[in-house]
Design a protein around this ligand. Sequence first.
Ligand SMILES: [Zn+2]
Ligand SMILES: [Zn+2]
Length: 303
Amino acid sequence: MSLLRITPSIHSSVSSRLLRLSIFLLLSLPDSKGKATGAAHLNITVQVGNRIISESGENGVFGYHSPLETVSGVVVIPEGWTQHACNPMTNFSRPERADSWLALIERGGCSFTHKINMAAEKGANGVIIYNSPGTGNTAFPMSHQGTENIVAVMIGNLKGMELLHLIQKGVYVTIIIEVGRMHVPWLSHYVISLFTCLAATVAYLFLYCTWRPRVPNSSTRRQRQIKADVKKAIGQLQLQVLKEGDKELDPDEDSCVVCFDIYKPQDVVRILTCKHFFHKACIDPWLLAHRTCPICKCDILKT
Ligand SMILES: [Zn+2]
Ligand SMILES: [Zn+2]
């Protein structure tokens, strides 16, 4: 009975722990902001004299806090010794004929937010940040909280240096940034969470099934109770040790109907309420199994 009282509390404690674990994993997984990031498709147009060369490719990644929208303009680099645009005095020399311009800035020296805000304050319509030297053409979604009103993309170092050298030579470069394939972080996040919940459910069911057979059902409990009552009733039945002269030892008397042996002096017999008697060693296991006298079928629990 104590098991019956304890088991449901174990179940509820295990299930609540699993639930808490699932919620913890759900909240602690990376990038739980659920913000979609997109690949940036760059249409680059280079004007050399009268020649116009165009190139396009998905070689950028929108920042986490960037609007996902198309923006275009002439590409402008910071003036000065470095291309980091960290100094508040940094100036961008935009061509006079350009209505819209995009700042091309090198990664490093200060935060992405700082660089993007610097370009936005100077009037840029978008910001292209190229990765640090030695990183090849790898780019990743930048985190730049507080700059949600301006498009910001990252491109690889090699592409950035190529554009920088062209602009430094006085070449007029324009870029149209468009939204490419969408990468939805919450989708993988959702799948991981789903698997976590599934694993927790499976673990709970496994534990429940492991414990369940140990919980007796009502019919098992009833049988146990009857067995206990039978044992108690057997204990209350009279016992007698046979001795010379007892009428039970008369050769004309019946033998034990359980073992068919005749009674001998010193035999211990159990006398039932119906007055039938048998060897104690024979009748006790019989009564445990049948509850009734082997001769008259009288029920020891009813008499
Ligand atoms: Zn017997
Ligand atoms: Zn009897």
